[in-house]
Design a protein around this ligand. Structure first.
Ligand SMILES: [Zn+2]
Length: 284
């Protein structure tokens, strides 16, 4: 039981912590956990020492593994790692003829080119299918314009906004939080899962202007990573959703025209200001 818990503890440092303070807190709490009476009873001294050393080792790679460094990476879709061992894993999964780090350059380039062509064709076919699809699973107003995956993300953020409270601090700033309705999951109910560090987070949202355009930013970074407004923005905006809020890469039309030298991506600009203006009365 402790083994699974320690694994979750360390993996959360790589996938869930959002600030340097949270990372350090998690690191210190694990050290304390390893000196806990119950932990000492169940795990040997050498085992606890090995966990400590592993954590030290991981911490020396904090800049690569710590989740807080990836919070605002554009379009990363919450990817957890960009590990150099992925190419070796790829050849383990897909056979020795797939590209890996020991392959010579001629062979690698040919394989990469073939792979790229196949992917482009596959993507084109998928885009054609998306254009002809109807999304009956969603009631969102963007369901006919966004690809299925994008609409699912929008629906999730839209529904989850209801779990949050928001307050306007001044003309340009809001805070959004949810302390009561946090879902801690089944496994978090008894020791040692109760020892895992959890963080109550207050999101700060700001209205900003740049070159005459208006934007809203949120401290969670979801908008940057995924290209869809986060639940905190939708909470502030009262659930208003419009197609111009979504990155163009979620649009069916973008996928359809992708690679055909269309200028479709340049013709849309994302502006939240008009949506914000609609709801300013709510906060007066
Ligand atoms: Zn947010």
């Amino acid at each position: 039981m402790e083994g699974k818990c320690i694994f979750t503890w360390l993996s959360r440092q790589c996938s869930e912590v959002e600030t340097k303070d949270e990372y350090d807190q998690s690191y210190n709490d694990l050290k304390i956990f390893l000196t806990n009476r119950r932990t000492c009873r169940d795990l040997s001294q050498s085992c606890r020492q090995a966990v400590l050393e592993l954590q030290e080792n991981l911490r020396s790679k904090e800049a690569k593994l710590g989740n807080h460094f990836r919070l605002f990476l554009r379009n990363c879709m919450d990817a957890m790692t960009t590990s150099p061992v992925e190419s070796c894993n790829h050849s383990v999964k897909h056979g020795s003829f797939s590209v890996h780090s020991n392959m010579n350059l001629d062979m690698t380039c040919a394989k990469i080119l073939d792979g790229a062509n196949t992917r482009i064709q596959r993507r084109k076919n998928a885009a054609e299918r998306e254009m002809a699809k109807f999304n009956h699973a969603s009631r969102g107003i963007t369901k006919d314009v966004l690809i299925m995956k994008g609409q699912r993300l929008v629906d999730r953020e839209h529904d989850d906004r209801l779990k949050y409270c928001c307050v306007q601090i001044d003309a340009d700033n809001f805070i959004v939080w949810n302390f009561e309705n946090e879902d801690l999951g089944e496994m978090n109910k008894e020791w040692p899962w109760t020892e895992l560090p959890r963080f109550h987070r207050v999101r700060t949202l700001a209205l900003r202007s740049h070159c005459g355009k208006h934007f809203i930013t949120c401290s969670c970074g979801f908008r940057e990573r995924v290209g869809i407004p986060c639940r905190h923005m939708l909470c502030v905006l009262g659930g208003e959703v419009e197609i111009s809020m979504m990155d163009v890469r979620w649009w069916k039309a973008f996928h359809k025209h992708y690679g055909e030298e269309s200028k479709i991506g340049e013709t849309f600009q994302i502006s939240f200001y008009q949506h914000y203006m609609k709801f300013t009365d709510m906060f007066r």
